[in-house]
Structures are given as C-alpha cells and as structure tokens.
Design a protein around this ligand. Structure first.
Ligand code: BGC
Length: 804
C-alpha cells in the first residue's frame, strides 16, 4: 500500500462536509484531518479511480480487507469469543424472500441476541434492518454487528441493463459507475453487501444465468469483474454508501452440463486456469471483500467443498483475505451430491475446504460445535473463518456505524444523474444485429422522416422488465415514459398504433389477426418480441432458444404483410432465430434495458443515439451448436469453408470437425455489432516482429509494454458513431493448444463522419502468457498472429515470433 494512499484525499473530502461559509476556515483543519486519516485508516485504497476507466491495473489491496492493521482488532475480538459465538459469525439466514429451499427457521431475533447469526440476507425493510441490528449490537454479548446482504445485480431502484447487456457496452467505466449508483441506492436502505458480480464464464445460451454475467471471454470478463468491484466498494469500503462485493460463483458454475442449472462440470485444471479463473482473480485483485462458492461439482468435487479451488488457489496462490460465503444451501447440498453421508459431514467438508459462511442451510449452526468438540474439525479452522468474517465487518466500518439513517433512502433513489446513466448504458448496450434496406431505400434504421406512423406490436413493448405485470408493487421512476409513450410523444398519439398480438407465452388467433390488421395501417411495424425476464436467470435453462409461445407465428404474419419490420429483441441470452435474420430487415438486440428502456429505445430507433454495443457471446444458429464460443481450440481436423448445399462426399470435407446439417460458425460472432455508420479498418501494424520469451517472462505481471500494435480505423459513413475496436492474439507452437483467437485488448472509440483514428494497443507480457503443460503461467516460444478487428471473425493479420 502506498503511504499516504492516493485515494485518501478524494474519499475523505466526500465524507467530511462543511457548511459553505466555513469552508475556507476549515481548509487547514481538513488537511490536518486528511493526514491523520491517511495514517490511521487501514481502509484507504491504494488505487485511485483512474484505473477504473481502463479496467486495468487492479490493486491487491483496494478494499482494506487485506490490510494487516486490521489484525489486532480481529485477534482481540476472537480471543473474547466462545465457540458458539464464533460459529454464530459463520451463520447466515434469509429473513426475507427465499431464493432456494428454506430451513423453516424464523426465530432470528432470539438467535441474534444469543450471537448465533453473523449475517442476514433479503431483508429490504429499513426499520427492520435497524431493528435486527439493534438486537445484535445492544443485546448480544460481544455487540458484533450483522452484515445485511442482497442480490443487487444490475441496480437497486434505478435499474440498469442486465449484466449481459452491460457487458455488451464493452465499457468497464460505465459498469463501474452503474455499480456505484447501485451501491448508493442499496446502502441507503441498510444493505451493505451485494451478491454480485457474477463473473462466471458462460459458453452455453441454454444456461439461463448467461444473462447475469459478462459472457464467454475471460479478458473482457476480468475487466468487467474488476469494474463491478470498484464500483460497489468505492474508494473506501467503510463509507456508508459502499457495498462489499461478492464475486460468484466460485468456480465453474457457468459450464453446467447441457446448460442445466446447478449441474455438474468437468473442467481440466488447464481450462480452469485459462478461462474460468481469470475473472475471479481479477475481482480478488480489485479487492473484492467476499466470494461465493458455487453449487456445481467440479471434476467430481462440489465447489462448496473443494479445497483445491477454495484454499490452494484462492488463499494460497492469490492471497485472498476476505470471506467466502456458500451459495444458498450449497453446504446442505453436499449430501445430495453424495460426498457427505450426512449433514454433519457436509458442514465439516465445507468448512475444512474453505467456506467461511453458511448461507441458508443452517448446518454450521446445527453441527459445527459438536464437530469441534469431537475433534472432527480443529477449532483453529473455525477461528480462521471467523477472522475472515470479522475482517470484512471491521473493514466496512460496521462496528463504528452499524445503523442506517432511515431518511437516507428518500434522497438516494432515481436521482436524475442515475437515470441519465441508466439511459446512456442502455443505449450503449444495444447490439444492432441487422440493418438491411426494407425495399429500394437505404437501411431501415434509423427511422426515416418519411415514416409518419408506426404499429408497435408484441408482448414486450410496454414494459420489457415486467411484461406480464408480475411485479406491480415494484417502484419505478416517475416521469420516465414507456417505449410506446415515448414514440407517441414524438410521432403524435394517433400515429402510434398498438397491438399486443400475443403474450410471451400463449395467445389466440384473433389477437394475431388484429395485430396484422394494425400493421397494415402503419408505415412501419415495430415488433417487441423475445423472452420474459423470468425465462432467463437462475433456474431458467431452456432447450429451445427460439421465440417462445406464438411469437414466431406473429412475426411471420407481420412480415408477410409486406410492411417494413423492425424487430426489437428482448432476452437474457442469444435466441436462435434464423428465419428472422433472413427475413426481417432490421433486428436490434436490446437485452433487458432497465429503467430507461423507453427513452433509450426511442432515441436509438430515431438515430439520436447510434447503436455501438457488441456481442459478448457467440450468437448460435441453432441450439445444437451449444456450447459455442469463439475462443475455442483448433481441432486436428478443422473444417474449411463448409458448403451446406452439398453433402460431404469427399474425404476432405467429410472427415472434419463439423455438423452435416449446420455451419460451425456463429450466426453472429463474438464481438459483432452493427452501426448506423460504417467503419473501415486499416492493416494491423506491429512495433516489432520478434520478442524474447525470456524477457517477457521476466516482466510477467508487470505493466511493462512489450509490444505496440495499431491500426487506423475510419468512419466511412455519414454519421458519428462509436466503434469497439478489438485486438486478438493466436499463439502456435506452444506446449498447450491455444485458442484460435483470444481477446487481449479493446477500446470503445468515437469517430465523427469521415474521421480516422490510429488505435494503439500497448500489450503487456501477459498478452502472450499461457498456462503450459506443467500448469505454469509462462510465455513460451511461439508464432504469433495478431488482429485488430471489429469482431472475432474478421480483420487483417500481423505476424511475429516469440523466440526463446
Ligand atoms: C443464487 C446466488 C444468490 C443467492 C442469494 C442463490 O440461489 O445462486 O447467486 O446470490 O441465491 O439470493
């Protein structure tokens, strides 16, 4: 840690408020105070938010949890605790909505008073939070405050796009800002811990939780993971508006077999290290206070009882000093997994493997004391877990400020700046999948001035976040118009015709016929189709990834009217819609855009905002291609260009790794996204054509530039636009096979019409490092291909060599 820490001044100023008139007189006092604070506080981060913008340069001690100055307080508390009180710190229950099987317990008040609970989740009522906290602080013997947790995933009250959408911005600084807003809103009601970010790499769109992460790439996923952590935790973890982050689900959860949630995973150590671990490591380096152990078994050993990942890697290799919480009841589930013969064995295995806190299964509460007394679990192991929990609580300043000011919430929600941010992020998350001419004119989008009337059709138009009105009580920002209302404001009420056509699921012939009739009366039909939010997320795996219910029928019927059609697709995953991509001229992937869906969509359709988001998942042509990801290994028999119109008679095209009825390639590749303008890429140019493996190895982990790569990118269209410029690397000749392409850099740039920018990437040695055949992280001699490209499937190559 730097001394004094750089973040100190900024963060302290925001905490100490002086009346305007007294400001000057107080300057000296402030400076003195800051010096003192910088010396005293173990909580100040070693990193300013400058690194936040790039998503790079994570610091190992950004949250204060790892600071050795916490040790003495932790130890003195620990010395005064009985075994039961220690175990109490390791116990968490839900005192609100259940997100899994419950324990049936409700006697929390008594348990808290006896020091038997360390944390609660899902309590969202501020007076109740304070009430529980009063019991913990005033009635329990040691006055240790509770930690209140909640899934604050993409905003609390101000709703941002789902994480898959946020990642589609390819802009970690926006994600950091959104998380900061989420932290200030959630903390205003007393929540101080979010179970986010989900940093699971996901390669299979059948898995519903693909919506909750940053997609399939470890490099992008790492940048996003760090950004979330920085945003939630802010510059000081003990600031009243900071949340402790929780990187989840450690580890491999996203590789669930067949995309079935909670399912087993088989991931070699090599693949784990190359793909699945990096975003967790990035979250740890960014200072995440906590991690969550996953439900899945990993190579036969459930992740919530896996000493290799929880202790060897997380604690020993990465030096993580924060707390590990189990996923909901995942300790109890060790019995169902079959690695624990009974509940006591489950508790023992989880604790010994490295799970500090038991979320919701109650097994630590029920069995740990006896396990310690019988010698099955050494008390020193319990102590260690208690240390981790106390560290987090101390670092968060909970002992000093356990309560939340009940008036705070009123001033925290839906601030104009927060809503503005939600709108910006929504606009930047949209991915233009297709924008072809409808008839003889140019591209259908943005909507031309000649369009005087539109028909808005489909079940998701009014409120994509809640199409069936399932959450009528959920507060929404006043004054933000729905998409149809926004369109009516622009075109005039009478020029926006409406028809639902069908529900997301179900629906009748009459409604489809009515929608067809409506479409014929408008200049343009806008279809709002897709999944409802409940169809993705936890426990929402799907085997069919087309439009649910009768929506495909509706779509075809409207297209058959001959009216130009814009399809806005709402979903938590890519949907397989080959017919739509062939027949509908314009398709926009809007994910679930959040509070500002209406304005963001209208602005985008009218061209006030030019879509610039790009895919963070490979978009499949058919479900049978899943798992589908761009950064795959080559096989020994890579297919050339497959001609699906000809059966593969000849040996060259038959005995290769391919399907006989589908292309291997994605419908839209990872990194792909269109724009209302056009971009042209010049050749990829590299600063050197030879590098030395020895020198690169020497500088591994450092920020030293080892190679400069650049390309000119021009806006060749007539509108300003944003382009996400990507850099990919392929290594050949290494001891382990490497992906056919691996993302190693990206920049979202703005280009005026006709403008050209030289986009430069300074690659650090890590861009060339791999996990080798001895599972060591190193640079090896290799032939290297580098692309600067608009997506993972195009671009011009540059070649260089890494010599020994
Ligand atoms: C989910 C976690 C979540 C937890 C608490 C579990 O079912 O897998 O991601 O944080 O519930 O709501």
């Amino acid at each position: 840690m730097r001394f004094p820490p750089r973040g100190a001044r900024l963060s302290s100023l925001s905490i100490f408020r002086f009346p305007a008139r007294g400001r000057r007189r107080n300057i000296c006092r402030v400076i003195a105070l800051l010096g003192l604070l910088a010396w005293w506080s173990p909580l100040l981060p070693a990193q300013t938010s400058a690194a936040a913008v790039t998503g790079a340069g994570a610091s190992a001690n950004a949250n204060g949890v790892a600071d050795p100055r916490l040790d003495s307080r932790v130890e003195s508390l620990l010395r005064s605790m009985t075994l039961d009180e220690k175990i109490g710190q390791l116990v968490q229950y839900s005192a609100g909505q259940a997100t899994g099987p419950g324990t049936g317990r409700t006697d929390y008040e008594d348990m808290i008073a006896r020091g038997q609970i360390g944390a609660l989740l899902n309590v969202i009522d501020t007076p109740l939070i304070n009430e529980y906290q009063h019991i913990a602080v005033e009635k329990s013997r040691l006055h240790i405050p509770l930690l209140f947790g909640l899934d604050v995933i993409h905003g609390f009250r101000t709703e941002f796009p789902i994480p898959l959408g946020m990642a589609s911005t390819w802009d970690p600084s926006l994600v950091e800002k959104a998380s900061r807003v989420a932290a200030s809103e959630a903390s205003a009601i007393g929540i101080r811990w979010t179970f986010s970010p989900m940093v699971d790499i996901a390669r299979d769109a059948r898995w519903g939780r693909i919506m909750e992460g940053a997609g399939e790439d470890p490099y992008l996923g790492s940048a996003m993971a760090a950004a979330y952590v920085r945003g939630y935790q802010g510059l000081r973890l003990d600031a009243p508006d900071s949340l402790a982050a929780c990187a989840k689900h450690f580890v491999g959860y996203g590789a669930a077999e067949g995309g079935r949630d909670y399912n087993s995973t088989e991931i070699s150590e090599h693949t784990l290290r190359e793909f699945y671990l990096p975003p967790f490591h990035a979250a740890v380096n960014a200072g995440t206070a906590t991690l969550m152990s996953a439900f899945n078994s990993l190579n036969g050993v459930p992740a919530s009882a896996n000493p290799f990942t929880l202790t060897e890697i997380l604690r020993k290799e990465w030096g993580f000093k924060g707390m590990v919480v189990s996923d909901w009841s995942s300790i109890g589930e060790l019995v169902a997994h079959g690695i624990a013969i009974d509940q006591a064995a489950a508790a023992r295995k989880a604790l010994l493997a490295g799970v500090d806190m038991d979320m919701a299964s109650s097994l630590y509460h029920d069995h740990l004391a006896e396990l310690v007394r019988s010698g099955a679990v050494p008390e020193a192991k319990v102590d260690n877990s208690v240390r981790h929990v106390l560290r987090v609580k101390l670092a968060m300043g909970l002992f000093e400020h356990p309560y939340v000011d009940e008036g705070r919430a009123r001033q925290a929600f839906f601030l104009p700046a927060s809503l503005d941010l939600a709108k910006t992020i929504a606009e930047r998350s949209f991915v233009l999948l297709k924008n072809a001419p409808a008839a003889s004119s140019g591209p259908l989008l943005p909507i031309s001035r000649n369009v005087k009337s539109v028909a808005i059709i489909g079940p998701l138009a009014d409120n994509p976040s809640d199409p069936e009105g399932l959450n009528p009580g959920r507060p929404s920002p006043s004054g933000v118009l729905s998409f149809p209302a926004e369109m009516a404001r622009r075109l005039g009420e009478g020029n926006v015709l409406r028809a639902k056509g069908t529900g997301v699921l179900g629906g009748g012939d009459d409604a489809i016929a009515a929608a067809v009739a409506t479409a014929t009366h408008a200049d343009l039909a806008i279809l709002a189709l897709g999944e409802s939010p409940a169809m993705s997320g936890e426990a929402a795996s799907r085997t069919r990834l087309g439009l649910p219910g009768r929506q495909q029928e509706l779509l075809e019927a409207i297209v058959n009217t001959g009216k130009p059609v814009v399809l806005i697709l709402f979903s938590g995953r890519p949907l397989t819609l080959p017919w739509a991509f062939e027949h509908v001229p314009a398709v926009l992937a809007a994910w679930f855009p959040g509070s500002e869906a209406g304005p963001a969509l209208a602005r985008t359709l009218f061209g006030e905002s030019n879509p610039g988001g790009k895919l963070v998942v490979s978009w499949p042509r058919s479900v049978g291609q899943e798992p589908l990801y761009y950064n795959a290994l080559s096989t020994g028999r890579p297919p050339g260009k497959v001609d699906l119109t000809r059966p593969p008679f000849d040996v060259e095209s038959k005995y290769v790794s391919r399907y006989i009825d589908e292309e291997n390639t994605a419908q839209f590749p990872f990194g792909y996204g269109g724009s209302y303008t056009t971009f042209k890429y010049g050749p990829t140019a590299i600063g050197k054509d030879r590098l030395s493996a020895a020198e690169l190895n020497h500088a591994l982990g450092k920020e030293n530039d080892s190679l400069t790569v650049d390309a000119d990118v021009s806006n060749t269209g007539s509108r300003g636009g944003e382009e996400i410029v990507q850099l990919y690397v392929r290594l050949q000749g290494t001891s382990t096979a490497q992906p056919v392409r691996a993302l190693k850099g990206f920049q979202r740039i703005t280009l005026a019409p006709g403008e050209t920018k030289k986009v430069t990437f300074n690659l650090t040695p890590d861009a060339f490092a791999i996990w080798n055949d001895r599972n060591e992280y190193a640079v090896e001699p290799a032939k290297v291909t580098i692309w600067i490209s608009p997506d993972s499937a195009s671009g011009s190559e540059a070649k260089l060599e890494i010599l020994p």
